[in-house]
Design a protein around this ligand. Structure first.
Ligand code: ADP
Ligand code: MG
Length: 524
């Protein structure tokens, strides 16, 4: 009983045992960037400790120091009260630290078992140790609800299962302290729930967990303590039970942030977009869209929910004119040509479709070009920017500056190259370009991926404003929170099809999660 009683346990930890981890005065600079500034931080044994902070706050750098990837410029690390040098990840593993990476480091064409023992055993010992390893793996998998079959090839596993293999790998190496850097970004809600149950099991066994996430709800649900990083500094550490998402957001950003999108009910007007039986077959002859139909009116936001890779990207690409398809798409009653080549994107723009692509790096921006050139990109023929044969660069730069100010792009310098802006500010540049074109239909993919909480607030407000001006908005996002709070209607995609459509007020994350996994309990 004692072990499961949270507060009792923490007191024991605080009084009798040294912290599992203690960092004293850790600093780390990359050239002029001070990524970690004199960080003092301690994690009690047997607790789940969250770390939050905006992009670039220094969270991953700090964890990389702890895992021996980076060498701190100053400061020391104590593990269970002992000063410990961690020059490399082998030393971290010896000290009982395990890290679950955002991008898994598994060998795809090896089995689960082979992956787990890879690197942990001497090559020559591999064969005799396999049976022993299998036994140990089975025991660990059972004890921590990590059910994965040791003999399955990793390439056949879902993302959630691959993550479990990473956790097994760490446990197999006797990790007492597990670090997870943004582990739920790639998971369905059900997979995330399962991961949290695993955390609970680990905690009950006395393991210590450090969880980095940008999802405040996860922090509130699962952690005992939460630390906030801002601009390289550890600015606050609070008991989770004594804080709120609003308070944490304020600590992260340094000002009050509206976490709820404030919007009035939609007043849908005329039909803007009608999609019927859309089919896309990719280069490998795999059918990516299997007969998608949907309708979108002026003045409403249709959110497309789904786990990444279920056809949402193809849907956006077809509508934006970057991908051919069969079926029919009507914009303002006019049939679009779906057989054209890629160059059709420009034609679509002229017809009033704006597009904020999912992958800004690949499609949204040319990183070596300046902000103003990027804003002109795709709209070069616009008479407003043309003087005879030449583009009016001065006019464009002035216009860009005004847009950057309106969208709070920092810094608002039109001549700065796109690559020199942070992710959130790059996103705002793409949004400024697309939204200010006054489109009839805005296609917007993952609008806040990699974007800070303060910028999210801003972007959401702009999307709702556009809706209220009578524009039709097709929103694709893997963030259910975002879908729930912005959409007037929600369509869930699974395996190239729309699994179901719901209104946000008549559904919840659980039902949407089931639809995202391909399960529809309500025929529609
Ligand atoms: P977080 O994980 O909180 O988003 P990071 O620790 O990744 O933040 O980054 C902190 C700061 O250090 C950022 O300004 C980032 O650009 C910089 N940084 C991180 N890693 C490197 C690196 N290898 N080289 C140069 N700068 C880096
Ligand atoms: Mg990071």
């Amino acid at each position: 009983m004692e072990l499961t009683h949270k507060s009792g346990r923490q007191e024991t930890a605080a009084h009798d045992l040294p912290p599992a981890i203690e960092l004293r005065g850790i600093s780390k600079a990359f050239g002029p960037v001070q990524a970690n500034k004199d960080i003092n931080f301690s994690v009690a044994k047997g607790t789940i400790h969250g770390i939050i902070g905006e992009n670039g706050a220094g969270k991953s750098t700090l964890m990389s120091i702890l895992y021996g990837f980076y060498k701190a410029d100053a400061g020391e690390v104590l593990i269970n009260g002992q000063t410990t040098l961690i020059p490399d990840s082998q030393a971290a593993i010896s000290a009982g630290i395990g890290m679950v990476f955002q991008h898994f480091k598994l060998v795809e064409n090896f089995t689960v078992l082979e992956n787990v023992i890879l690197g942990a055993e001497d090559g020559a010992m591999l064969r005799p140790s396999l049976a022993k390893a299998r036994k140990e793996l089975t025991r660990l998998a059972k004890e921590y609800e990590l059910n994965v079959n040791p003999d399955t090839l990793v390439e056949e596993l879902s993302v959630g299962h691959k993550q479990r293999v990473e956790i097994l790998k760490a446990l197999y190496r006797h990790a007492d302290i597990l670090i997870l850097d943004e582990p739920t970004g790639v998971l369905t809600p059900a997979e995330a729930d399962h991961l949290f149950r695993i955390f609970d099991g680990l905690k009950k066994q006395g393991k210590t967990i450090i969880l980095i996430t940008h999802k405040l709800r996860e922090i509130m649900d699962i952690t005992d303590t939460v630390s906030v990083m801002r601009r390289g500094e550890m600015t606050a550490t609070v008991k989770t039970s004594e804080t709120s998402p609003e308070h944490l957001a304020e600590l992260m950003v340094g000002r009050k942030v509206l976490l709820e999108v404030s919007k009035t009910p939609a007043r849908p007007g005329a039909s803007v977009l009608e999609v019927e039986n859309l089919r896309v077959v990719d280069e490998d002859k795999v059918e990516r869209l299997k007969g998608v139909s949907l309708q979108l009116r002026a003045g409403e936001i249709l959110g497309i929910a789904g786990v990444a890779g279920n056809g949402q990207s193809e849907l956006l690409e077809v509508l934006a004119g970057m991908q051919t398809a069969t079926g029919s798409v009507r914009l303002n009653g006019q049939e679009l040509d779906l057989t054209g080549a890629k160059s059709d994107a420009r034609t679509r723009r002229k017809k009033g479709i704006a597009h904020v692509p999912e992958d800004r790096h690949d499609e949204g921006l040319i990183l070596e070009f300046s902000a103003w050139e990027n804003i002109a990109f795709g709209y070069e023929d616009d008479p407003a920017y043309n003087k005879g044969m030449l583009m009016d660069n001065a006019a464009l730069r002035a216009e860009t500056h005004a847009k950057m100010e309106r969208f709070d792009v920092r810094p608002p310098h039109p001549r700065l190259e796109a690559k020199n802006f942070s992710g959130g500010n790059q996103q705002k540049i793409v949004l400024a370009r697309e939204i200010e074109r006054n489109p009839d239909l805005l296609l917007i993919g993952q609008p806040t991926r990699g974007v800070d909480i303060g910028a999210i607030e801003f972007i959401h407000q702009r999307i709702v404003e556009l809706r209220d001006q009578g524009k039709a908005i097709l929103l694709v996002s893997v963030e259910l929170d975002e879908i729930m709070s912005l959409s007037d209607r929600i369509a869930v995609m699974f395996d190239g099809q729309i699994m179901g459509e719901r209104r946000p007020e008549e559904t919840d994350e659980k039902e949407l999660g089931l639809l995202m996994a391909g399960i529809n309990r309500k025929a529609n």
